[in-house]
Design a protein around this ligand. Structure first.
Ligand SMILES: [Cu+2]
Length: 168
């Protein structure tokens, strides 16, 4: 706001002495790192806006396909899983197709992501910018955690986790 006032002040004043111009330039120079930081912060927090959170809670569903059961595509990147909540039924075969949106140049994990559910022995690893899938049939109702143990902090990273909710 201070910067804006300065700009307006100098625009309206019309009479620009060299000294005042230098003052404005200094103000701009001082504000530049702050502006860049705000842009960077916005970029950093973008995938975690409430909007994408609510989107990520929509359970992706596709009609039953022969053999594979119900197929759920799960996308993964450094920001987490989409969807991060999956609903399933006891006895209904489920195929999870894990897609990694990160490329091989990611320092952390090399662009691979994992979808693991310990209780069900499910362990899917998607290659960078690729997909991998596995099928399983839940036998017990409950809420199961799926996680990625490959990138940034592994399974202790709250963003690399999701829930499989199995209803009877
Ligand atoms: Cu991951």
């Amino acid at each position: 706001m201070y910067l804006l006032e300065q700009v307006l002040y100098y625009l309206m004043k019309g009479k620009k002495t060299k000294r005042r111009q230098r003052g404005l330039l200094d103000a701009l120079k001082a504000a530049l790192p702050l502006i860049l930081f705000i842009i960077f912060l916005g970029w950093l927090l973008w995938p975690q806006t409430p909007q994408s959170y609510s989107q990520s809670q929509i359970t992706s569903q596709s009609p039953a396909q022969s053999g594979a059961g119900r197929v759920v595509e799960v996308q993964a990147d450094m920001a987490g899983f989409r969807p991060n909540i999956i609903r399933a039924r006891v006895g209904e075969k489920l195929t999870v197709r894990l897609v990694s949106l990160d490329n091989e140049y990611h320092v952390d994990g090399g662009g691979k992501h994992q979808f693991a559910i310990d209780e069900m022995g499910v362990n899917i690893v998607a290659p960078p910018l690729g997909a991998s899938e596995a099928s399983f049939t839940p036998t017990q109702a409950g809420t199961y955690v799926f996680y990625c143990d490959i990138c940034c902090g592994g399974r202790n990273n709250p963003s690399m986790r999701g829930q499989l909710i199995v209803e009877s």
